[in-house]
Design a protein around this ligand. Structure first.
Ligand SMILES: *Cc1c(COP(=O)(O)O)cnc(C)c1O
Length: 389
């Protein structure tokens, strides 16, 4: 008979994450802290519409929304209907706004789950109205983003949206394209977007229509244009604390805390002689006798593959170590020659704190010429999410 291997008992670590290969630790009290910080920055009567699309930027939309609901948030934004349904099924109440396109096949679900649909333009308003049932909507105005929304100068078309008998307009909004930039011309552009929006709002209201609640700011809009007179703001990435704090520190007094830490394990340690090559493409070469650790996470878990070529690091035993060779689908290798006593089972931190060292989602994003949003939303579904309060 085959003898089953006994589970190896690690001497030092025997916590509840032992069974995970790769996991994201989600700190819900940091989420609460970030909400409070953003609220502090906004006018008192401005509400937060929490953007929890794309699985709450990889953090897990249901637990994130449940935590937000428990601290008094009652507006949420998602990209598509299925994300809204998942929240309703998990008991999320209040307003859920679909930011993107919903096909007529799904209009029934808008009603059934009490979801609020964005009106993408005047034609879309007609299509929605033809469904023949009352549907709650927010009207989207394109003030310069060039994406969704009826063009701000199409006043007649915009007014036609408010005349649709079956649409219940509970909000009107727009979206900035360069709120993060501190270039003079970008600031001027954002101010122009703001002016276009409020001039239009004035026209809509003076035609006797109710715009519902007004909202403009995403995360960087809140940080850089906090004093706008709005009824709501739509933070996404700032809720998750993955904002480039260094850049924003001087002008904004908010201190955001990263909600997500990403960790994996050393699953093998091996000694290799000088001159060895490591990994696909043989891109890492040891220049001395070295110790290489294999780590249980790879690009299928969302680690950007470019991280090796861009000189990326991970943390192990409170120290920064270099990635050794191309990142594989399910594993990666690191050079731990200079770290004492690395052994199987040791925790490797891809994002987060280990001892005095820290790697942020922004650091990884900058290295790979992207933004934290992109790679956080790419954290794989097979990465366990572990929630801590
Ligand atoms: C994604 C999104 C947001 C949130 O953006 P962040 O930069 O993550 O704060 C807000 N509004 C709209 C319309 C969006 O699509």
């Amino acid at each position: 008979m085959l003898e089953l291997p006994r589970p190896r008992k690690s001497k030092k670590q025997s916590n509840r994450t032992d069974r995970y290969r790769a996991w994201a630790e989600i700190n819900l009290s940091h989420l609460k802290h970030n909400v409070e910080e953003l609220k502090r920055r906004l006018p008192k009567d401005c509400r937060i519409m929490a953007v929890v699309k794309a699985n709450a930027y990889g953090h897990g939309s249901v637990p994130i929304a449940q935590k937000l609901q428990s601290i008094g948030i009652n507006s949420y934004a998602v990209a598509e209907v299925s994300e809204g349904i998942a929240l309703r099924k998990a008991g999320i109440q209040g307003e859920i706004l679909i930011l993107g396109f919903t096909s007529p096949w799904q209009f029934a679900d808008l009603c059934r789950y009490d979801l609020t649909q964005t009106v993408l333009n005047a034609d879309y308003a007609m299509t929605l109205n033809q469904y023949g049932k009352k549907i709650k909507v927010h009207v989207k105005i394109d003030t310069g983003m060039g994406r969704l929304g009826e063009n701000v100068d199409q006043v007649e078309r915009i007014l036609s949206i408010y005349r649709q008998p079956h649409l219940i307009v509970t909000g009107t909004y727009s979206h900035f394209s360069v709120p993060d930039s501190d270039l003079k011309e970008d600031i001027a552009f954002t101010n122009e977007q703001i002016n276009r929006f409020y001039r239009l709002v004035h026209v809509i209201q003076s035609n006797g229509f109710d715009t519902g609640r007004l909202h403009l700011q995403s995360s960087y809009g809140i940080l850089h244009y906090p004093h706008l007179r709005c009824d709501m703001a739509r933070p996404g990435i700032a809720l998750y604390g993955a904002i480039d704090v260094v850049k924003d520190n001087d002008e904004s007094s908010v201190s955001l805390l990263p909600v997500l830490s990403l960790r994996a394990r050393v699953i093998m340690v091996k000694r290799v002689p000088a001159g060895s090559s490591i990994g696909y493409g043989r891109l890492y070469r040891t220049t001395q006798d070295s110790i290489i650790a294999t780590v249980s996470i790879g690009y299928a878990d969302g680690i950007p593959r470019c991280l090796f070529e861009q000189g990326g690091h991970v943390l192990v035993k409170g120290q920064r170590v270099a990635i050794a060779g191309n990142i594989c689908m399910d594993q990666m290798m690191i050079d731990v020659t200079h770290v004492e006593h690395v052994e199987e089972g040791d925790i490797v931190t891809l994002i987060g704190q280990d001892g005095d060292c820290r790697i942020t989602a922004e650091e990884v994003a900058v290295r790979c010429h992207t933004i934290p949003n992109e790679w956080l939303t790419g954290i794989g579904s097979r990465v366990d999410r572990v929630y801590v309060n």
